[in-house]
Each structure stands twice: as structure tokens, then as C-alpha cells.
Design a protein around this ligand. Structure first.
Ligand code: SF4
Ligand code: SF4
Length: 178
């Protein structure tokens, strides 16, 4: 390489450095300045309630089944008064969670939802295991009107449950237990 080429390369590099030194920064001085988080960010997970204040989660285990990181542990049970299922315990290990959002996609009741909270750092792995009390929020989250039990297993105008197209008659689950 000729000396003139060296000088050209060095001058170009200096020029790029000086240009970027005075350019507008894309980074922000976090945590003093909070970054703008998109609405569809997949951050800390929460469990939500229906509009009438019931727990949305019916302990169906779909979220824990699809979770690629095996971060969700659920123990389901039934309410004595109406046999509605709910999670007796629900844990998410955020030290394993990769925030893929598959649990939220799989959830038929829209109980589990991603939020835009990302400030979950901890020096203790134990503190990253969130129990049901840590996950359950009072409100409905992103779906203020959705109530699974008003959409599933209910009759529609002119048709009883099981009479719809491609619909089977409901099964009495207790009749098929061993
Ligand atoms: S976001 Fe992904 S990794 Fe995290 S708990 Fe849900 S399914 Fe598992
Ligand atoms: S959060 Fe949703 S998918 Fe997970 S167990 Fe509850 S109802 Fe089922």
C-alpha cells in the first residue's frame, strides 16, 4: 500500500470519528432518562382478572406446556362452590424466562399478559422466582372487556351449547374419569 493510501485511510477514519462525536446520540442516560418502550414490548409477565373481578387463569397448563424455557410452574385446583378451576400456586422463574411471549399467545383466557416493565434486575436468583401474589394484578390488563366464560361454552341465539356447526355436545368430564 502506498503512503498516500495510508494517509487517506487515516484521514477518513478521523473524519468519521469527529462526525459521530458531534452527531445526535441514540442512547439515553438511563436510568435518569427513561427510554420509550413500545406498546407491544414483551416484558414482565402478569396474571389478570376478568372485568367482573374473577381470576382469569383456569389452571389449564397451556402456558407452562408451551414455555420453551420451562419457566412456569402451576398447581391447579377447583373452587368448592362452583368447581371453577384456578391456580393454587403459579410461579414464573424470570431467571429462565426468555420473554418470547408464547405463554401469552397460548393462554385461552388472556390471563397471562406481557407488560412493558423491564426493570427486574436482581443479584439473587431466588428473587427472580415470582409467586402468584407477585404476578396477580387487580385489573384486566390489555383486554378490559374480555371474559372467557362469556365466549366459551355458552349458548348463542337459536342454538344450545353443542348445536353449532362443527361443534360437539359437551362432555361431562366426571363421566370419563377412571
Ligand atoms: S415469555 Fe416465553 S419463556 Fe417466558 S414464561 Fe412465557 S413462554 Fe416461558
Ligand atoms: S395463564 Fe392462561 S394458559 Fe396459563 S394456566 Fe392460566 S389460563 Fe391456562
Amino acid at each position: 500500500m502506498k503512503i498516500t493510501q495510508y494517509i487517506g485511510e487515516i484521514t477518513g477514519a478521523f473524519g468519521a470519528t469527529i462526525k459521530h462525536a458531534f452527531a445526535k446520540r441514540d442512547t439515553v442516560l438511563y436510568p435518569e432518562v427513561k427510554p420509550d418502550i413500545p406498546g407491544r414490548w414483551r416484558g414482565r409477565l402478569i396474571l389478570t382478572h376478568t372485568p367482573d373481578g374473577e381470576e382469569r387463569c383456569v389452571a389449564c397448563y397451556l402456558c407452562s406446556s408451551v414455555c420453551p424455557a420451562q419457566a412456569i410452574t402451576i398447581q391447579g385446583t377447583e373452587r368448592a362452590e362452583d368447581e371453577r378451576r384456578y391456580p393454587k400456586s403459579f410461579e414464573i422463574d424470570f431467571s429462565r424466562c426468555i420473554f418470547c411471549g408464547m405463554c401469552e399467545e397460548a393462554c385461552p383466557t388472556r390471563a397471562i399478559q406481557s407488560t412493558n416493565d423491564f426493570e427486574m434486575g436482581s443479584y439473587s436468583r431466588e428473587k427472580l422466582v415470582y409467586k402468584k401474589d407477585d404476578l396477580l394484578v387487580k385489573g384486566t390488563g390489555k383486554y378490559p372487556d374480555f371474559n372467557y366464560f362469556e365466549h366459551a361454552g355458552v349458548p348463542i341465539k337459536g342454538k344450545a351449547v353443542g348445536e353449532g356447526d362443527n361443534e360437539r355436545a359437551p362432555v361431562d368430564v366426571y363421566s370419563i374419569l377412571p
